[in-house]
Design a protein around this ligand. Structure first.
Ligand SMILES: NC(=O)c1ccc[n+]([C@@H]2O[C@H](COP(=O)([O-])OP(=O)(O)OC[C@H]3O[C@@H](n4cnc5c(N)ncnc54)[C@H](OP(=O)(O)O)[C@@H]3O)[C@@H](O)[C@H]2O)c1
Length: 293
């Protein structure tokens, strides 16, 4: 199989490239300098040169505050960009695997969201990603839309820059006497390496559709930090941040846990508990695990 990976140097895209290449597939890495998904001519020209059987789109504008400040650009990339990919993959009879987000939900359900739950985004980012999902699902018959959550991986997230949450916590632990983290936002931290394996597994199936695709279980950012410190044997200097200590400029769901119902019903769910994804990430990174952990 020939796989085009859009966002190939991104946090998720770099693991997707590795996973398909390790699977024996031929990969066509596409960075932003090679393709502009908001431009139909660029999408059409680049994909026709590549001639993939499958296109994996990890590209997005996903800095939540920037999306709120620049809604036209967010829609051009997250919605029209997804539409452009759907139109071209339909035309070339290739499969489109498109990555979406838990932020399509408002978080008020209070229990894990399934694929059939009604989305209700709270911000421009979530709305523009939901519009992208609808374009993909209505145009490209051979599509997979995967909603995921709170990604971390070996490569830095290009949109957010710098360190991921794990690296940030371990850095702060060296620099500060006290680290304050919110306990009010519940997510399923998901390893990009595991999500990439999930994309490979789905790519061998013609079970097209919408899938929730996150690590199993959930935690608050505070609990996530506590587990990072426990697994690395780092002294725990954590305190729960007060309700107004880090005021959010843009509304976000406080509970965005997804149930991988579709993947489970296909017998294709590759995700383990979030703690084991974190452990594998730490084992493979520069951070040594605590001997007792
Ligand atoms: N990160 C998270 O916690 C999270 C959570 C849920 C869902 N998601 C979704 O997961 C996906 C991957 O996220 P990530 O963390 O891997 O992001 P990332 O590291 O920022 O990677 C995104 C990639 O897309 C490229 N890109 C951006 N705009 C583009 C455009 N208009 N045309 C072509 N390429 C473009 C970027 O290139 P440049 O940097 O050069 O522009 C970058 O290579 C996104 O769809 C995001 O919505 C992420």
């Amino acid at each position: 199989m020939r796989i085009a990976v859009i966002g190939a140097n991104g946090q998720l895209g770099s693991d997707v490239l590795r996973a398909f290449a390790n699977n024996g597939d031929e990969v066509c890495p596409l960075t932003h300098s090679e393709i502009e998904i908001a431009d139909i001519d660029s999408v059409s020209r680049t994909l026709r040169e590549c001639q993939p059987n499958i296109v994996v789109n990890t590209a997005a504008m996903h800095h939540v505050e920037k999306c709120e400040d620049e809604p036209e650009r967010a829609y051009a990339i997250n919605a029209v960009g997804a539409r452009n990919l759907a139109l071209v993959t339909k035309d070339t009879d290739s499969v489109l695997m498109h990555v979406s987000t838990d932020y399509v939900f408002d978080g008020r359900k209070g229990s894990p969201y399934e694929e059939l739950d009604a989305p209700q985004p709270l911000n421009v980012y979530g709305n523009s990603k939901l519009a992208g999902e609808y374009f993909v699902r209505s145009i490209a018959e051979k599509h997979f839309v995967l909603r995921t959550s709170a990604l971390y991986g070996k490569s830095a997230c290009r949109a957010k820059g710098g360190r991921n949450f794990i690296q940030l916590m371990l850095k702060l632990a060296q620099e500060r006497d006290e680290i304050r983290v919110v306990d009010s936002e519940v997510v399923s931290p998901t390893s990009t390496a595991e999500l990439a394996q999930q994309l490979v597994a789905l790519s061998r199936c013609d079970c097209y559709g919408l899938y929730h695709a996150t690590a199993e279980g959930s935690c608050s950012w505070f609990e996530f930090a506590r587990t990072i410190f426990a697994l690395t044997g780092t002294a725990d200097k954590l305190k729960i941040a007060g309700p107004n200590e880090f005021p959010a400029k843009v509304p976000r769901p406080t509970y965005s846990v997804l149930e991988n119902k579709g993947l489970k019903s296909q017998g294709l769910n590759k995700f383990g508990p979030w703690q084991s994804g974190l452990r594998v990430y730490l084992e493979q990174s520069e951070f040594s695990l605590a001997k007792t952990a």
